[in-house]
Ligand binder design. Structure first.
Ligand SMILES: [Zn+2]
Ligand SMILES: [Zn+2]
Length: 267
């Protein structure tokens, strides 16, 4: 049985996930989970390509599944709230994420495609990729100030399309300074995701990067494993290996949802 039997970063076919909500529940049960949280993408009026379209239908299906599987697994109704997204009236938890850089009236996605990422750097920052990273982390700091989410999603998502193209040096002083200033803006004991979505897609490592995770750990942040699952197979992917890796990086415990509340689990 895996040490962490819970994931609350889960997308379904109601937004940009591949699988139906019920299939995600069945996959979580098969993986031995006792808790599964759904986190639809909040509504962003400037980009409706990936966010939840029919909130009423979503809530009906959530209610049906919660009743049907009540003896088997705790289901939670959360949201992945974009910095520029609309906060739903009621939810069990909020994952706060930055997916766009706002420049003037334009919203540039940071995680859509390598082409979009290049466009962001060239059009919004005149080719200065470090300036783009600085703005991204300033938005992360703003998220901490204004949204105060329960969980901070993929904290260094700005690196998603940097690996292959190397627009900026992630080991360089200017980039590190930007990331650290956002880390220092987090409230004491902030819960930061160890997000395995990119790892599952075979596109790179976890968010945050190891060096940044160490810094966040030194600042007293708490960590939560997150599949950021857009399909069944991603649920719980590499949870065991990641626990071992985190231990090596000096992380002593993780937090997870059990029922509706947070529980600390020693590594
Ligand atoms: Zn996200
Ligand atoms: Zn997500």
């Amino acid at each position: 049985m895996p040490l962490i039997r819970s994931n609350v970063h889960t997308h379904t076919a109601f937004c940009d996930g591949k699988d139906a909500m019920e299939d995600m529940v069945l996959a979580a049960l098969a993986a031995g989970f006792d808790t599964l949280g759904f986190s639809f993408h909040s509504y962003t009026p400037f980009d409706t390509s990936y966010c939840l379209r029919d909130h009423a239908a979503y809530m009906r299906e959530y209610g049906r599944l919660k009743a049907k599987y009540s003896g088997d697994i705790t289901l939670l109704n959360g949201v992945e709230l974009d910095l520029y997204g609309e906060r739903p009236a009621e939810c069990d938890f909020v994952i706060g994420s930055v997916h766009y850089i706002k420049e003037g009236d334009a919203y540039f996605p940071v995680d859509c495609s390598a082409g979009d990422f290049k466009k962001l750097i060239e059009e919004a920052f005149a080719g200065d990729a470090y300036a783009a990273a600085e703005r991204y982390f300033a938005e992360e700091a703003e998220l901490a100030r204004t949204v105060r989410p329960d969980i901070y999603g993929h904290f260094d998502l700005i690196t998603r399309f940097n690996a292959g193209a190397a627009f900026f040096d992630e080991g360089g002083a200017r980039y590190k300074r930007a990331a650290l200033s956002a880390a220092e803006a987090l409230p004491p004991g902030a819960v930061v995701e160890v997000n395995l979505g990119r790892l599952f897609r075979g596109e790179g490592g976890m968010y945050p990067s190891a060096w940044l995770l160490r810094e966040l750990n030194a600042l007293g942040c708490r960590f939560m494993l997150a599949s950021d699952a857009h399909e069944r197979a991603a649920l719980g992917f590499m949870f065991g290996e990641t626990c071992a890796e985190l231990k090596k990086l000096g992380v002593r415990s993780l937090v997870r949802y059990r029922g509706g509340s947070l529980e600390e689990v020693g590594l």
